[in-house]
Design a protein around this ligand. Structure first.
Ligand code: ATP
Length: 338
């Protein structure tokens, strides 16, 4: 039995969470995996109610679960996800950008992964005012850089596609911080002689993601650059509605869409739940790897095949050029999970 904690979030969060619960129930009923789902509150709504964006009870339940699914939260995102990443030491943020059929994509045949360092950079909240200026401090450490580089090389090896890692930074300007990141990745590259390694400045990477996205396999980068480049990569393959992500540590992992709470379309059944459904797919792959459970891998493949089949049939939400509601789309995915 796997205990899955589920933060239902703000904005479109509850709607895409309903879709994912439907998928998990179908897996329970039809695919022979026993799942216990615990719905949890975190984000703007619970902050308003209780004064805490991440209630202790939510954190306790997450810690007792085998994995966490998290829908996006609104304004209080930093008080939820940044805190969870730190407390649970979820140091690797994995953001795949993969082509699916019938997408409003810029290019076809893309299958790349952005491995984003998740614990430091400009996200540690070290900001202060001095006179009429505001200062932000950026932390990059050798340990965190080596750890994320190792994760990237392992990913390139396991994917076994182009077997290439592109290290993205701006060490010509941020000589100390990005210089350390680039050097640390270069050192780890020596341990993986069978994986190709290249450096790329972040501006060149932003350009190449549009110009020749198919040339990338695994991109390893720092926290802020990874955040920006993964939105760009998502758009190249069809948009944020198709973009899942994983936050992975040595003992625990949390899975969430790349996008935010999208308040502009909340409550209208207009959200594409694929980003969250594909995040659940990543969760089953991780559970399979962690527990040596082939059933989890099979479920992950079933979910991906179901989403692939549904969009190939032309069943799509508005963001990817269709007219289906969130519920109609997820029902179609569920119908392929029997
Ligand atoms: P954040 O800063 O928290 O990432 P944001 O305000 O930059 O959030 P998002 O919520 O990530 O923006 O999304 C940007 C826009 O993309 C939304 O306003 C919405 O129109 C669209 N969008 C995002 N996710 C989805 C989705 N799952 N389905 C359909 N459209 C989406």
């Amino acid at each position: 039995m796997y205990r899955i904690s589920l933060i239902t979030g703000d904005g479109i969060g509850p709607e895409i969470s309903d879709a994912v619960v439907g998928i998990l129930e179908a897996i329970n009923d039809n695919l022979g995996l026993n799942l216990e789902i615990k719905k949890l509150e975190a984000g703007d709504a619970v902050l308003k109610k209780t004064g805490k964006a991440l209630p202790d009870s939510t954190l306790d339940t997450i810690k007792k679960s085998d994995a966490c699914l998290k829908a996006p939260v609104g304004e209080s995102a930093a008080d939820v996800i940044v805190v969870l990443r730190r407390i649970l030491d979820l140091y690797a943020n994995i953001r795949p950008a993969k082509s699916y059929p019938n997408m409003p994509a810029l290019k076809e045949n893309i299958d790349l992964v952005i491995v984003r360092e998740n614990t430091e950079d400009l996200y540690t909240g070290m900001e202060f005012d001095i006179g009429d200026s505001a200062i932000a401090m950026r932390t990059i450490s050798q340990n965190a850089s080596r750890r994320i580089a190792r994760y990237a090389f392992k990913t390139a090896s396991q994917r076994n596609r182009q077997r290439k890692v592109t290290c993205v930074h701006k060490s010509n300007v941020m000589r100390k911080t990005d210089g350390l990141f680039a050097r640390s990745c270069q050192e780890i590259a020596k341990e993986y002689a069978d994986i190709a390694f290249e450096h790329m400045y972040v501006d060149a990477c932003a350009m190449n993601l549009i110009r020749q996205p198919e040339s990338f396999d695994v991109i390893v980068t720092t926290n802020l650059f990874g955040d920006i480049l993964s939105d760009e990569a998502a758009q190249v393959v069809g948009g944020l509605g198709m973009a899942p992500a994983a936050n992975i540590g040595d003992n625990f992992a949390l899975f969430e869409p790349v996008h935010g709470a999208a308040f502009d379309i909340a409550g209208k059944q207009a959200a594409n739940p694929s980003s969250f459904i594909l995040s659940a797919k990543m969760m089953f792959e991780w559970l399979g790897m962690k527990n040596g459970d082939d059933k989890c891998y099979a479920v992950a493949k079933k979910i991906e095949d179901a989403v692939y089949g549904v969009v190939k049939d032309g069943t799509k939400t508005k963001d990817i050029g269709g007219n289906k509601t969130t519920r109609e789309f997820s029902q179609q995915v569920i119908s392929k999970l029997t």
